[in-house]
Design a protein around this ligand. Structure first.
Ligand code: S3P
Length: 429
């Protein structure tokens, strides 16, 4: 296994940067493009390992998908022409591929076998399998079909009214996709708003949906027509550099062409609450997705309480917020974030273990963590635990640490940001 030596740089981050395409939007663009009739062209696609899993799954179902760096061209004859794959589908590390694809496969008259890597094999799939079974799909696997590998026999689906018991856009999206293939009107209600890229993209592909507060309805059997999509920069990737600029003295950084969808910009709100100097400018909107620029400069930060409805808007940024909190004055309390336990790793445990190993004062709670700030971090041996966001959090920690950090297993960062270290280098002064 490789180890990356991260010297304490204390560099400031300066200049302008465009981060790779949004992971959630990239997945969805391939899924909807494959279900649509005609050509879909996607630019600024995230060519990380996770999104490649989604591409390969639809290639296995006979869809023509051409990859030219970050431009993807899909030529599809629509849902009716998808084919039964001969080989099992490998989902790798990708929870989004797993949950969204399950929704599609449930409505196709074929048999599928799905498997993933060690991490994905431990993540719950019953959150989507249960409603899909209720609609008529036959899904089985270990522990009554809770975990991968799964066997899916799809086919005729009936519509349902479903209230998501978990705060998860993946579950909402899986059921909406099945609803698109089902007979009748399927509705999904969620207690807390989660990212709404599925709803935005369905509409961009010509599908009619009804949305009232947190209640979404979709009539089945609608046709999708191919479109051109530009994927905004991923705010979850930008977040690493925003956090880095906030805590390294003398920084002034602009992230260009980044997605500013309000269901994703919780990190901007948290940084501002903590006292960061930031300016956010919305410049345009494509397919219902706002795009713009964020400028940030370093400043003193103050601990905060982060809880309630903001949690789904920052769910992937909580490892970073914990790191920011170690550099902020006072206490930060993160609550209502029990979903962190079901990510690529149990991120309450992996964040707390990692930051403790680096000398931070942090403790785990059932649904979050408590951090007491303004600690100088030290160096040492730490592990990404195979989780891309933990790996990148450690790299940012090394910018302010006293000694060298040895990061075990940095390769997982390629899941969402293959050129992370090159980009960090570009803006370090
Ligand atoms: C995602 C939703 C979130 C997020 C994940 C991507 C999506 O997961 O953590 O990185 O693209 O829908 P949950 O929906 O399980 O919260």
């Amino acid at each position: 296994m490789t180890i990356k030596k991260l010297h304490p740089s204390h560099a400031s981050l300066r200049g302008e940067l465009k981060v790779p395409g949004d992971k959630s939007i990239s997945h969805r663009s391939v899924i909807f493009g494959s279900l649509a009739n005609g050509r879909t062209t996607i630019t600024n696609f995230l060519d990380g390992e996770d999104c490649m899993r989604t591409i390969h799954a639809f290639q296995q179902m006979g869809v023509s998908i051409e990859i030219n760096d970050q431009t993807i061209t899909i030529d599809s004859k629509g849902i009716a022409n998808l084919q039964e794959p001969i080989e099992p589908i490998n989902l790798g590390n990708s929870g989004t591929t797993a949950r969204l694809l399950l929704g599609v496969l449930a409505g196709l008259p074929f048999h599928f076998t799905l498997f993933g890597d060690e991490s994905l094999t431990k993540r719950p799939m019953d959150r989507v399998a249960v409603p899909l079974r209720e609609m008529g799909a036959i899904i089985d696997g270990r522990e009554n079909g809770k975990y991968l590998p799964l066997s899916v026999r799809g086919g005729h689906l009936s519509s349902i009214s479903f209230e998501t018991p978990v705060k998860s856009a993946q579950v909402k999206s899986g059921v909406l996709l099945a609803g698109l293939l089902a007979e009748g009107v399927t509705s999904v209600a969620e207690k807390t708003t989660t990212r709404d890229h599925t709803e935005n993209m369905l509409q961009a592909f010509g599908v009619k949906i009804e949305k009232q507060n947190n209640h979404i309805s979709i009539e089945g059997k609608q046709q999708l027509a191919g479109i051109d999509i530009e994927v905004p920069g991923d705010i979850s990737s930008a977040a690493f550099f925003l956090a880095a600029a906030a805590i390294t003295e003398g920084s002034q950084l602009t992230i260009k062409d980044v997605g500013l969808n309000l269901t994703r910009t919780g990190i901007v709100d948290v940084l501002k609450q903590m006292g960061a100097n930031m300016e956010v400018v919305e410049e345009r909107s494509i397919g219902g997705e706002a795009i713009g620029r964020i400028t940030i400069s370093s400043s003193a930060l103050q601990g905060q309480v982060i809880e309630g409805d903001i949690i789904p808007r920052v769910i992937d940024e909580i490892p970073l917020i914990a790191l920011l909190a170690t550099q902020a004055k006072g206490r930060t309390i993160i609550r209502d974030a029990e979903e962190l336990r079901f990510k690529e790793t149990d991120r309450i445990a992996t964040v707390v273990n990692t930051l403790q190993a680096l000398g931070a004062t942090i403790e785990a709670t059932d649904d979050g963590m408590i951090i007491t700030g303004n600690t100088e971090l030290k160096g040492g041996d730490v592990d990404s635990y195979g989780d891309h966001r933990i790996g990148m959090m450690i790299a940012i920690a090394s910018l302010v640490a006293k000694d060298t950090i040895y990061l075990n297993n940095p390769a997982c960062i390629a899941v969402s940001y293959p050129k992370f270290f090159e980009d960090l280098e570009k803006i370090s002064r």
